[in-house]
Design a binder for this molecule. Structure first.
Ligand SMILES: *Cc1c(COP(=O)(O)O)cnc(C)c1O
Length: 381
């Protein structure tokens, strides 16, 4: 037998722009209160597990065959779900899905970004976007949000005209701030994108609604704008409200032309038969799975109110307005010390966002009690 011992290390021809980069990821630690990656704290119940098991069992019997490349049944289920959730009906040909909305976003950059092109978003925002840009050789530009983390339409339009991006990403509700955008701003951005000339075409706008289901009453979804803007896509995920992060299913709705462009760059059979079965099983129980959303929103509002009522070093603590299942709060002179102190007490939150701020995901009432008790101790509130 030949030993598989590692050979002498040698330089490998990694792309110069990737040299020295480390893989993205929040710490995955085994502690009692996991409040760091915005998961739904409630796992799927027995009925949901039973349906998923049944469909996965059926899929398992056919695993000698490649899965359906275009997964029409899952796309129909997603279109039906979106119609119920947002009140906007699209055809299954207007739906795309992949292994998490991270992969959907990569497909967008592969299809519409690339060398010589620019992608634009407005910071502070999701820290993965610059990585999709880097990986697809797309120039990354971070425009700016206001100090209350909203986006000013005039600023957005001026930034778009200055940088002429082919891809514009609007995150609403935004991560890590929780801020939802108004329809007016999204419309202004879509209109500015239509005026651009990217190799003879307008720019595309992607509204990342990963946290869409958590938006407060009266906050509209960008789904309502799909009929108006052929260059618009609305991206969603089953990882957050849907309590299915482990399954890796993200999706978007857009015009059929937009979706057809993504089909060109996807790897063949990218969505496994097991994943398709799992997603369909969960979608059959959408109402049950989303039943926790209302209590998570109430817990979120209570957490914002509690944080704002605290005094830290003589001033009230700040908590950003949130339409998501997390709250950005601060600011702390040494946020790392606060993060570490919470972790030492079994509460894992996220050290992210502008300097001095921390982000906590909304967990169960027990999780939130543990978080509050630990924060009072650590920060001396
Ligand atoms: C969590 C998150 C996603 C979802 O990622 P998945 O790959 O679907 O798990 C997308 N966008 C934002 C802004 C997120 O925070």
């Amino acid at each position: 037998m030949i030993s598989a011992a590692t050979p002498q290390p040698v330089n490998l021809p990694i792309r110069p722009d990737l040299a020295g980069e480390s893989p993205y990821g929040a710490p995955q630690l085994d502690v009692p209160h996991l409040l760091n990656v915005n998961e739904n704290p409630y796992g799927p119940g027995p009925e949901v597990v039973a349906t998923i098991t049944e469909l996965v069992t059926a899929a398992a019997a056919g695993l000698n065959r490649y899965p359906d490349r275009d997964f029409p049944a899952l796309r129909q289920d997603l279109a039906d779900y979106l119609a119920r959730e947002s009140g906007v009906r699209v055809a299954k040909e207007q739906i795309w899905a992949a292994n998490g909305s991270n992969e959907v976003m990569l497909h967008i950059m592969q299809a519409f970004g690339g060398p010589g092109r620019t992608a634009l978003s407005f910071a502070p925002t999701y820290s993965m976007y610059p990585e999709y840009a880097r990986d697809t050789h797309t120039t990354w530009v971070a425009g700016r949000r206001e100090s209350d983390f909203t986006l000013d339409a005039e600023v957005a339009i001026a930034t778009i005209r200055e940088h002429q991006p082919s891809v514009i990403i609007l995150t609403s509700p935004n991560n890590p701030t929780g801020t939802a955008l108004t329809t007016d701003v999204i419309v202004a951005v879509c209109e500015a994108a239509l005026e651009l000339d990217i190799d003879g075409a307008p720019a595309v706008v992607v509204v990342d609604e990963a946290y869409g289901e958590f938006r407060r009453a009266g906050v509209p979804s960008a789904m309502e704008l799909l009929a108006r803007f052929p260059n618009l896509a609305v991206s969603r995920t089953m990882s957050k409200a849907f309590a299915l992060a482990g399954a890796r299913v993200g999706y978007l709705a857009a015009s059929q032309g937009f979706v057809d462009a993504l089909r060109v760059v996807r790897l063949p059979y990218h969505l496994s038969a097991v994943t398709q079965a799992t997603a369909r099983g969960a979608l059959a129980h959408a109402t049950t799975l989303l039943a926790t959303v209302d209590s998570l929103r109430a817990e979120r509002d209570a957490t914002v109110a509690w944080l704002r009522a605290q005094t830290y070093q003589g001033s009230p603590l700040q908590a950003a307005e949130s339409d998501s299942n997390f709250v950005l709060f601060g600011t702390f002179d040494d946020r790392h010390a606060v993060w570490q102190g919470l972790l030492d007490r079994g509460v894992l939150i996220r050290e992210t966002g502008p300097e001095g701020w921390l982000r906590v995901s909304i967990g169960t009432p027990q999780d939130m009690d543990a978080f509050k008790d630990a924060l009072v101790e650590v920060a001396g509130l």
